[in-house]
Design a protein around this ligand. Structure first.
Ligand code: ATP
Ligand code: MG
Length: 274
């Protein structure tokens, strides 16, 4: 039936439908529909508190959804038991905010850690795999240094090497360039594209930095207070005639949160002026 379409449209790596989530009594995501195609770089954007990290944690199976469906690599995540979730998690790579390495281990040991924990490969094979990944993130030869001897950008690179050491089908990154200067941040953008090109991975990146999003995204999902505002390519977003999309694109996302009137109103308990 849909054979022609199937050959042109890459299969979905992740399919989310009508996802509703809570923290306690508070509903955070109000019915999210989105899909991430195989081999694409999907950027999730939105203001602080819009639910980006929450969405990511659900896609990783770290939180239990209230209702709705998440299909990861063709399998329903929301009904999996612990064992099934563990099996799936082996196919996922994660570079979280902060990108922490263990300070007591060398860079190489940090990068190899998932292999030590999840495989029975011999030491020599692990070291070869570690060196290959360090080369991809442009840290060849740094395996014997300790994390304290690396710059902030290098630590992020090493964290990416660790995140991809098991050749994950999907790589997730939450605010990879937070706290980095613009030049280092741009080189991380390049690294994310390199990883996709070199390893053919599907990559989901959360960021609130517009420039970075435009640099790396095949498509962007814009979250707004727990709802999907829009999903599209950079060009599609720029040309969107939706006022809210333009508002978010034209203002810095942080400004949104630090809006003085709303902030004062919150402090004084008054309703914000419109
Ligand atoms: N563990 C938690 N327990 C309770 N509420 C939470 C928890 N984590 C997040 N929230 C709330 O859920 C909402 C969405 O938070 P989330 O961390 O997903 O936002 P975000 O878009 O990632 O923001 P940021 O850009 O600041 O990282 C916020 O209102 C937040 O206060
Ligand atoms: Mg977050």
């Amino acid at each position: 039936m849909a054979e022609a379409a199937a050959t042109t449209a890459p299969a979905a790596a992740i399919e989310v439908s009508d996802l509703v989530t809570h923290y306690g009594d508070r509903e955070i995501l109000h019915g999210i529909d989105m899909e991430v195609r195989q081999g694409e770089i999907m950027v999730i954007m939105g203001g602080s508190g819009s639910g980006k990290t929450t969405l990511l944690r659900h896609l990783l199976g770290l939180e239990k959804a209230t209702s709705g469906s998440i299909k990861l690599l063709g399998r329903e995540l929301t009904s999996m038991n612990e064992v099934e979730l563990y099996e799936v998690s082996r196919k996922l790579g994660v570079a979280f905010q902060g990108g922490a390495l263990f300070s007591s281990m060398s860079v190489g040991e940090n990068v190899m850690l998932p292999l030590v924990e999840h495989t029975r490969l011999d030491r020599e094979t692990m070291e070869i795999m570690m060196r290959m990944k360090l080369e991809i993130v442009k840290l060849a030869g740094f395996e014997d240094l300790m994390p304290a001897e690396l710059s902030g950008g290098m630590i992020k690179r090493a964290a990416f090497a660790r995140a991809v050491i098991m050749d994950p089908a999907v790589l997730f990154a939450d605010e990879p360039s937070a706290g980095l200067d613009p030049v280092v941040s741009r080189s991380l953008d390049e690294l994310i594209r390199d990883l996709r090109d070199a390893l053919g991975m599907t990559i989901v990146v959360v960021t609130h930095e517009l420039e970075s999003a435009f640099n790396i995204a095949d498509r962007i999902t814009m979250l707004d207070r727990g709802n999907i505002l829009t999903i599209g390519t950079t060009e599609e977003l720029k040309q969107s005639d939706n006022d809210r999309v333009q508002h978010l694109l034209n203002r810095c996302f942080e400004e949104e949160v630090l809006d003085a009137d709303a902030y004062l109103a919150r402090l004084t308990g008054d309703s914000p002026r419109d």
